[in-house]
Design a protein around this ligand. Sequence first.
Ligand code: URA
Length: 297
Amino acid sequence: MPQDPLAIVQGAVEALRDRGSHLLASADSLARLASTTTAAAPDQQSQPEPARAARKFTEKVADFAPTRSADHTAKAAPVISKAGVATETGTKAERLAAMRGPVLACAKCPYLAASRTQVVFGVGNPEAEVMFVGEAPGADEDLAGEPFVGRAGQLLTKMIETMGFHRREVYIANVLKCRPHMPPGESGNRKPTGAEMETCKPYLLDQIGIIQPRIIVALGATALEGLLGEQKLGITKARGTWREFHGVPLMPTFHPSYLLHNQSLVEKRKVWEDMLAVLERMGRPITAKQRAYFLPR
Ligand code: URA
């Protein structure tokens, strides 16, 4: 029995969605495409007619369907496979709450468990569209139990607000959830090791998998390295260029602490342009005033 052309169209659209493409075509143009004919490849000739038609259609649509990385209207990130302690059911808030206990009790790095005041889980909106990821808690965060509350955090909060969000609207987390301990007698912060970040990364993966942000912002070289393993390129070259993390578009930018040390307009503008790119990709309105921040007068 010949198959309904609409069913063929729907099958093809679903196949594309499964492959991560988001279709931006009207029903009319889909119907027109469904009725087009192209010569089938020899190995497809033996397929039953509806399957052949659906495949031809899928290939045609794939020609103009935007890829995920070029799709500025993508709403939901693909589900990331569960790697750590997340449960599979419940709302995003419930699932984040359910994984908090095991993460707070983590002792996978016994020396960090011994030196920390507390684990710094992450903070913000479980339904956030944007997630900011830093490297590890510092002394202030270790005491407060919340990421980015020190000087760098205050600058990050300003940046988020300048973008038009409230801090509570986005989600903020670190690759490493414990403050990297300092050798006895030394103060300050140290960079987390690759091994520490790898050990902790399943928790971040779970957080991202639950929240499914539309965009991730990697704050600084270490966060970028922790997320993508990109060590060689360096943040100076990587910033401002879109990456992908498990199907989620990722924008690397400088860490706010870099801006605390280098207050030049030029460097601030670079970070701001990265944030404008994020807003553009999300389809958020951007005012002329916002576009002009940190430009030389
Ligand atoms: N720097 C980070 O990378 N994360 C924090 O939470 C604080 C400072």
